[in-house]
Ligand binder design. Structure first.
Ligand code: NAD
Length: 379
């Protein structure tokens, strides 16, 4: 019987629906070529739905999403909605509800793409940032006393638990073991002594079970220097929510820009669907123009296929997106020379021509490693 995956699709706001449609073209082409089926269900979530209903995400919708194998998300955020309402009320809420405790953010410079940093080449830039996705300063706890006055006092609480830290660290070690066998903890243990010690303790404890994986430590501020100047020293970097948010945007710049940066909000145990989204936002400044680059969305969809265990389809979609990127005269705007939809079709057309056995070093690639770690619980 044909393997069939149920994919929930949240196009969202701004350029989100366009890049998601383009990415889905590639997913369907990969499914056809590699002998499985993907059924999609669209979900009307984002700014318009929120302005209509006053609710970013309700319980019934959460449960309908839960019934899917994975979720593809475009982007949310709209100038008509107070910043944070959709980002927290939808994305952060889904990350927590579906225990997507691991955020996977590859930083890879594809051949033919130019990094704005001259020291970065495809040979030295292939790392993965694993960001704890549910805790730290993002839990939202805090208070403001005397708001709006000269006596205002704001607190913002950061939470770090052994459980969530262990989930992220364990996944990072498993990934490193399947790749180049090096794990770097990125934190600020010299200043954030309590949370930092907990992270270091967890890395030491879990690391003892992975004696083949070399361990390294880098402060988050020093990371901002090492990542652009010497990305080759990193294989898998594990870090907390806030540091991961910041250094992975730096990684996006290093790898050529936001239009190329992919991410996965992953539930490593497979107890609920994982969610895949480009790192970029809804880009209101270019929404509706057709000039958004769909590569980040297509590469996020490739991560989705990989975590579903569809290794060859994931490698083919990644390689197709990378080969289309390599030919573009510019990575965003009209100078790309093709619209979002045209680029989506171009990526999809190429999928059938890719021979996964001939793609770089598929044995060590992120897609292969993720497929090897695909959770089996739900299927
Ligand atoms: P953004 O990523 O939307 O845009 C930043 C710049 O990059 C813009 O100039 C935009 O035109 C360009 N850009 C982004 N994606 C592109 C693509 N695929 N191709 C070509 N150019 C691209 O960030 P922003 O402007 O700070 O945020 C806009 C909205 O998106 C805000 O409401 C923000 O909160 C939200 N946001 C959402 C997410 C998400 O849904 N995960 C992530 C980041 C920001």
């Amino acid at each position: 019987m044909t393997r069939t995956y149920q994919l929930a699709v949240i196009g969202g706001d701004g350029i989100g629906p366009d890049v998601t449609r383009a990415a889905l073209d590639g997913v369907q082409a990969a499914a056809e070529h590699f002998g499985f089926a993907v059924e999609t269900t669209g979900f009307d979530l984002g700014a318009d739905a929120y302005l209509r209903t006053g609710v970013a995400l309700d319980e019934g919708t959460t449960e309908r999403l839960r019934a899917h194998d994975a979720i593809l998300l475009g982007a949310v955020g709209d100038p008509r909605v107070t910043p944070g309402v959709l980002e927290r009320g939808l994305i952060v809420a889904l990350r927590v509800a579906f225990r997507q405790s691991v955020n996977i953010r590859p930083v890879r410079l594809y051949p033919g793409v130019t990094s704005p940093v001259t020291a970065v080449t495809p040979d030295n830039c292939d790392l993965v940032i694993i960001r704890e996705n549910t805790e730290g300063l993002y839990t939202g706890g805090g208070s403001t006393t005397h708001p709006g006055t000269a006596n205002a006092v704001a607190t913002q609480t950061s939470i770090t638990t052994v459980q969530a830290t262990t989930e992220a660290v364990e996944f990072a070690f498993r990934l490193a073991a399947a790749r180049r066998k090096k794990l770097t903890l990125c934190h600020k243990t010299n200043i954030l002594t309590h949370a930092g010690q907990l992270w270091q303790d967890v890395v030491d404890e879990v690391g003892a079970r992975f004696p083949d994986v070399d361990r390294d430590y880098v402060h988050a501020d020093a990371m901002c220097q090492h990542l652009p100047l010497d990305p080759g020293r990193f294989d898998v970097v594990v870090t907390d929510n806030l540091f991961g948010d910041i250094i992975s945007d730096l990684g996006a710049t290093v790898q050529g820009g936001l239009g190329l940066a992919a991410s996965a909000n992953h539930n490593p145990a497979g107890t609920a669907p994982s969610m895949f989204e480009p790192v970029h936002g809804s880009a209101p400044d270019i929404a509706g123009t057709g000039w958004a680059n769909p590569a980040a969305a297509a590469l996020s969809a490739a991560l989705c296929l990989a975590t579903l265990g569809e290794r060859d389809a994931a490698l083919a979609l990644e390689a197709s997106a990378a080969s289309v990127l390599a030919e573009l005269p510019a990575l965003a705007g009209p100078r790309m020379g093709a619209t979002t939809a045209e680029l989506g079709r171009r990526i999809a057309d190429r999928v059938a021509d890719v021979d996964p056995a001939k793609i770089g070093d598929p044995g060590r690639s992120l897609m292969s490693a993720l497929a090897g770690l695909a959770p089996t619980g739900r299927r």
